[in-house]
Structures are given as structure tokens and as C-alpha cells.
Design a protein. Structure first.
Length: 343
């Protein structure tokens, strides 16, 4: 798709205005398709086939990463699951208006996404969303809404591990964790990690403590350490202090679930907001997109995700500036795809 184009008509115009040499490099023997052809093609594309191809590319990016790239040496690659609503498309009745996405923590590329019927019902779509992913030797993190026994069981059976935040569900596990963290049993080898971050007019201090007291908890698949995260935020202008406790579980073995590692993994799901939907919804203007016919919303979301992944893999940190640069210099855009213009 065109770098920075927000509609099929803009994509078609760019394809026709940049010259025959660009069209040939992209594989077109004649003029690139017009807006109506693009609309019809995107509407009828097989979403699962498109996503499988793009997911295979993303998986290859993660697999080829040298040890220590974007993560601590010897640490497992991690995938964040998060839901995102395509607001403009959904308002106009698109069937795929809400997506469940899987984002690689290290490089910010979206490895898979699954359309779901509605935001409150994301959890039934988690297992289909996990099926395209290679989970062996990987860690999966997710929002509290997706903390489900069946999800944990699927991840563990596939050879992966999970890091899950526990809120209201499941209630008994949450109650046991609160009691354990408030009054740890004698001999419980608790460990703690601290971080302090400053920026955007506030200071945030985090303190994460792991506990082995519930090791092998019978109602939760693969449960190893549990953890409690205390977050205290100081607002610089007002002096206001906000504090919030967070509890969670992981299937990582004790020697791999160090407090610093778990703390980094807990923060991982926020990357899917900051890296993928943030760039897609704002820079690529997905929030205002009102496409709703057939598979267009889901296909366009997959293309936007792949575009953002390409830019992050190439080292661009500001998506808007990168889109402006590559729109003005399409040869650079082709180079990101491994395409060289013929002399």
C-alpha cells in the first residue's frame, strides 16, 4: 500500500502518478489497478490467507533476530495479545470491527490478528488467534480480560509459557494471591525488583515481588510463581500520588521468572497500544476509516500492521515522519520490501 495513503483512491492515485518504472518494480505489466479494482479485490480477498502470509513474514523476522536483539540475552521471545476496535469501520457495521492482535514485543511486528464479534467476547477468539503462532519456547502476555483457564491450558500444551494479569477473574485465584502476598508463608522465597521512570510530567515507581507459595496451584494450568506489582505515580504539577496494586500469574519456571524479567513482560502488552494500534489508528488514520464492505476492514488492518512492522524493523521511531519520507522517496519504500529498480 502507499506510504501514508488512507483510502483505496489515494493508493490508486499514487500507483499511477509515480511512473511506469515503479509499477514494473511492483510487478505490474500495465497500469496499476484503479480505486474500483482495489476496492473489489480487498473486499473479496481471503483474510486468513493474507494474514497467514503476513504472519509468516513476521515470524521469520522474529526467528532471525540475533540473540539479545531488543530483549535480554537468552530471554525467550514474547508475544502480546490485545484487542483493538476499528472505530470508524465498526460504527458503519463492519463485521470485523474488533480485532485480537498478537504483537512481538521485541520488534513491534504484528504476527497475527483475529476478527472477533465484540469486545466483551474476546476470550472465545483467543485460541483461534493463537493457532497461527509458534508458541514453543515463547512467552505470551495478555490483558486481564483474556486471563482464562482454557487459554492458559492451550499455551502450556503448545510448549509455550504465559504471563497473565489477574483481576476479577478468576475470583478464587485472585483472593488466594492477595492473601499470599499480604501474609507470605514462612520460608516463601520472595524476590523483588524496582524500577523508576520519569517523563510526561510524572514519575512512576514500580515494585514487583514474586512468590512461590502457590506453586502447582491445582486449578490453574502450569502455575509457577505468582507476583504482586505495586505502582505509584507522582504527578509533578499537582503532587498527586496514585497507587494501584496488580496481581498476576506465570507458568515460567522459577529460575526464568526473575522479578526483573516478569516486570518487563508485564509491561509488554502496553507496546501493542503504543506501537501498533497507536500508529495504525492515528498515523494511518484507521479510526476515521469507514470501510465496511466484505473483508476490507480486516485486510486494511493487516496491511497497516505490516507497514508499521516494516518501519520499526528498519529503525524508524516516528511513523508519521517515516511515511512522509517514503511517500516522497518511493525507491526507499521499495528497498524495505527487498525490491531494486532496474537501471
Amino acid at each position: 500500500m502507499r506510504w501514508g495513503a488512507r483510502r483505496s483512491s489515494a493508493i490508486a492515485e499514487w500507483g499511477r502518478h509515480d511512473g511506469a518504472h515503479i509499477a514494473r518494480a511492483l510487478g505490474f505489466r500495465q497500469l496499476p489497478p484503479g480505486a474500483a479494482t482495489l476496492h473489489l479485490m480487498f473486499r473479496r480477498l481471503d483474510c486468513s490467507g493474507v494474514e497467514a502470509q503476513l504472519g509468516a513474514w513476521a515470524e521469520g523476522v522474529v526467528a532471525r533476530m540475533p540473540p539479545g536483539t531488543g530483549r535480554p540475552p537468552a530471554a525467550e521471545p514474547a508475544v502480546a495479545l490485545e484487542g483493538n476496535t476499528l472505530r470508524g469501520s465498526r460504527t458503519h457495521g463492519a463485521p470485523g470491527g474488533h480485532l485480537l492482535a498478537a504483537l512481538a514485543h521485541q520488534v513491534g511486528v504484528t504476527r497475527a490478528h483475529q476478527a472477533v464479534a465484540d469486545q466483551p467476547h474476546e476470550s472465545p477468539a483467543v485460541e483461534p488467534g493463537l493457532s497461527p503462532l509458534v508458541l514453543t519456547g515463547r512467552v505470551v502476555t495478555m490483558a486481564a480480560l483474556l486471563t482464562q483457564t482454557a487459554v492458559a491450558q492451550s499455551i502450556v500444551e503448545a510448549g509455550g509459557d504465559d504471563v497473565m494479569v489477574v483481576k476479577a477473574n478468576p475470583p478464587q485465584l485472585r483472593a488466594d494471591m492477595e492473601l499470599t502476598c499480604a501474609a507470605p508463608p514462612v520460608g516463601d522465597p520472595q524476590e523483588t525488583a524496582h524500577t523508576i521512570a520519569r517523563g510526561h510530567g510524572r514519575m512512576e515507581q514500580r515494585r514487583l515481588t514474586t512468590s512461590q507459595a502457590l506453586l502447582g496451584y491445582r486449578v490453574w494450568p502450569g502455575l509457577a510463581p505468582v507476583f504482586a506489582l505495586e505502582r505509584a505515580v507522582l504527578i509533578s504539577n499537582t503532587g498527586e500520588v496514585r497507587s494501584e496494586p496488580v496481581y498476576g500469574v506465570t507458568s515460567l519456571a522459577s529460575q526464568r521468572a526473575t522479578p526483573s524479567r516478569v516486570l518487563a513482560l508485564v509491561r509488554g502488552p502496553w507496546q501493542i497500544e503504543n506501537q501498533s494500534p497507536g500508529g495504525r489508528d492515528v498515523t494511518c488514520d484507521a479510526d476515521r476509516s469507514q470501510v465496511r464492505c466484505g473483508n476490507i476492514p480486516q485486510v486494511m488492518a493487516a496491511l497497516r500492521n505490516t507497514t508499521i512492522g516494516l518501519l520499526r524493523r528498519a529503525g524508524y521511531s516516528t511513523m508519521a515522519a517515516a511515511c512522509r519520507l517514503l511517500a516522497a522517496q518511493p525507491i526507499r519504500a521499495l528497498a524495505l520490501l527487498g525490491i531494486q529498480l532496474e537501471n
